[in-house]
Design a protein around this ligand. Structure first.
Ligand code: GRF
Length: 203
């Protein structure tokens, strides 16, 4: 069965959305393993509740990426669960070359803006401060740059006059919970092809 591994540092709402969608749609997709770098991450509790294998692999040395040894450990665990696709769902570390090469073309991420606008942290706040009328979310393949890989799906969210960073992020997340499960579905069904930077959806 097509198997995904989910990496999450935070509250895990995207993880939950993916798991719920797989169940609801009875997709032939298995969530093989949930990995987190944060021992207290609610994503681990979600995995436990859902009966999904999970593990915390912390990183002691670095804040924003994984040491080569820790990356190796992630790759080893993902491989031991026969993962076909690695889904980054709020994993707050930049993956380096060895990890990316180990799952070449098989790592996806979700970002809370309409990339290439507002890469990096707190993208909803960047959008608000910039004064754009629309923002949204993007799923994309992961390559060496931060939030730069080929774009798979996007959804648009209008920015309202009364928005705060919190209200805007909440509405973006509602879209994320639709877009990320759909992305996983399309990839698992072999309906995504890439040519250069362009991603095509096969209907
Ligand atoms: C999402 O906003 C996602 O776009 C970003 O990190 C956040 C994760 O949220 N990469 P959650 O932990 O899935 O709720």
């Amino acid at each position: 069965m097509f198997t995904i591994g989910i990496l999450a540092s935070g509250k895990g709402s995207n993880l939950k959305a993916i798991v719920d969608y797989i169940k609801k749609e009875k997709l032939p997709v298995k969530t093989g393993i949930v990995l987190s770098d944060k021992p207290g991450s609610p994503s681990l509790a979600i995995a436990e509740k859902e009966g999904i294998a999970y593990q915390c692999i912390p990183e002691e040395k670095y804040e924003t990426f994984l040491s080569p040894a820790t990356e190796k450990e992630y790759v080893k665990v993902l491989r031991s669960h026969d993962v076909d696709l690695v889904c980054l769902a709020g994993f707050m570390r930049v993956l380096k070359k060895n990890f990316i090469q180990s799952f070449s073309g098989k790592i996806v991420n979700i970002h809370p803006s309409l990339l290439p606008a507002f890469p990096g942290l707190a993208a909803w706040e960047q959008a608000l401060n910039y004064g754009v009328r629309f923002t949204g979310c993007t799923t994309h393949f992961v390559e060496y740059g931060v939030d730069t890989g080929p774009i798979i799906l996007q959804a648009v969210v209008p920015v309202l006059r009364e928005d705060t960073p919190e209200t805007l992020h909440k509405r973006i997340q509602e879209k994320e919970h639709f877009v990320y499960p759909l992305t996983v579905r399309l990839i698992s069904e072999g309906r995504i092809s890439i040519s250069g930077r362009k991603v095509y959806i096969i209907s």
